[in-house]
Design a protein. Structure first.
Length: 467
């Protein structure tokens, strides 16, 4: 457990890796900073454009477009090459940013957010697919650690920057911050990503399959914000069934699939790994959905303090990711996934206790523990999935990682929103009613954190049996 990795942090900034490192870190920054910039500026935009009824849709359409575009990444990368895909996807993201920033109405902001989501989803998926192509295995964990640092910086700097720009200039100017990041990213793509031969036999565009993915994710995403509780439950279940039985089954039987072979199988390390990649963010998403709101309404703090406590998770995630990046070996990585999953469960228990006992210090501790668990597990899990698929399937597996992560967060938001509403969150706005609903929501999160822990333990057992 204590053997150092053969890779060194300094190799990420060595001349032959520097441009590639910056490219992939900036791909992370595009997503991270945009998320925090928009979440801070959007309430002001909604107020100015009188679009209160659409505020939840600004995230829904973005997520659905991101997941759908990300699912198409393996085929598009094979047909057009990573470099062309990143150029086009970055351009699409920039166009969406301009459309949202210049929109005279909330309806057009939604159009811009949809276009933004499509561009970002493709950028993230193709960038992930490039990791095993541009870096030796010994440096992959170091790269995930560096990307976690980008997230931590964005978690603190994004809201502050967006808040200052929104107050001093306008919410539209906050959107424009994305554009110089995209411009720098395009220069780095030109420097770091090699020109690839186009595979004209990559198969036809999987429109039906992607349409089913979009429909399933839209159903799951909007269930919690549009319908009453009985319909919410039915639509979440229907969306999950549509994704699993229609989109996945159809794809795996297609001549050219967008999913890697054996995806979501329960008897192999990579199949279980994909399930874990989906369930870990699903369980953790309860904090993203409710934590800032809780701190404001149970403890009475303002948005700045609440946002700062929320950002603790990103810092702890970075610390966990950096720590495990110093170790190598698939056995160790699988052990870290199990350890991280266990810590996540413990962190959710601490968060539940914090709400039940009304202890803010435990909220902070819970954020630290949850973030640490995710940081320990995440990079190791992603690398295991990437390296356990054969060379011909690696692009598909790698590109699927950020898409599944987004799908997990979307599903978690819908599920915990439904659970909280069934527990009285929407009906009882008193402090006691809110506390009762949140106890149920966090208890549900603990239950949903158990499957990825079981998957991680099963992966370790399968690895030891094959060793």
């Amino acid at each position: 457990m204590h053997a150092p990795s053969s890779g060194r942090w300094s190799e990420l900034v060595a001349p032959h890796h520097l441009a590639a490192s910056l490219t992939l870190m900036l791909a992370t920054a595009i997503f991270a900073f945009n998320a925090f910039l928009v979440s801070t500026a959007m309430p002001t935009a909604v107020g100015e454009l009188h679009g209160e009824a659409y505020i939840s849709w600004t995230l829904t359409v973005y997520i659905v477009a991101s997941i759908t575009a990300g699912a198409s990444a393996p085929l598009l990368k094979a047909r057009f090459g990573a470099r062309r895909c990143l150029f086009v996807a970055s351009g699409v993201f920039a166009v969406g940013t301009l459309a949202a920033a210049l929109s005279p109405s909330m309806e057009l902001v939604l159009v811009g957010r949809t276009v933004q989501g499509a561009g970002e989803g493709l950028v993230a998926a193709v960038a992930f697919a490039l990791i095993p192509q541009l870096f030796p295995a010994r440096l992959v964990s170091k790269l995930f650690g560096a990307e976690a640092i980008v997230w931590a910086v964005a978690a603190f700097g994004g809201p502050v920057l967006a808040g200052i720009i929104t107050e001093m200039v306008s919410w539209r100017a906050a959107f424009f911050v994305n554009l110089p990041i995209v411009a720098i990213f395009l220069v780095l793509v030109h420097m770091a990503v090699p020109q690839e031969a186009r595979n004209h036999d990559a198969g036809i565009f999987p429109g039906i399959r992607l349409g089913l993915v979009a429909l399933a994710m839209m159903a799951i995403s909007v269930a919690g914000v549009t319908f009453s509780e009985p319909w919410q439950a039915a639509i979440v279940v229907a969306g999950a069934a549509l994704f699993l039985t229609a989109a996945v089954r159809i794809d795996l039987s297609a001549r050219v699939s967008i999913l890697p072979s054996g995806a979501f199988g329960l008897s192999s390390v990579p199949g279980l790994g994909l399930w874990t990649i989906f369930f870990l963010p699903l369980a953790q998403s309860v904090t993203g959905v409710f934590l800032v709101y809780l701190i404001q309404h149970l403890w009475g703090y303002g948005p700045a303090v609440a946002g700062g406590i929320g950002a603790i998770l990103a810092v702890a995630w970075s610390c966990g990711a950096i720590t495990v990046a110093n170790f190598d070996g698939r056995g160790r990585r699988l052990a870290f996934v199990a350890i991280g999953g266990s810590i996540l469960v413990a962190g959710l228990v601490v968060a539940l206790t914090a709400v039940a006992q009304h202890l803010l210090v435990l909220v902070i501790l819970g954020q630290m523990v949850i973030g640490l668990g995710m940081g320990i597990a995440w990079g190791s899990l992603c690398q295991v999935v990437m390296e356990t698929y054969p060379e011909g399937e690696r692009d598909k597996a790698s590109a699927l990682v950020p898409t599944l992560q987004s799908a997990g967060y979307a599903a978690g938001s819908a599920i915990f929103g439904l659970v909280a509403n069934l527990a009285g969150f929407a009906a009882d706005r008193t402090a006691e009613g809110l506390r009762s609903a949140m106890i149920v929501a966090f208890a549900a999160a603990i239950i949903l954190a158990l499957p990825p822990l079981a998957f991680a333990l099963r992966m370790g057992k399968l690895h030891r049996a094959d060793a």
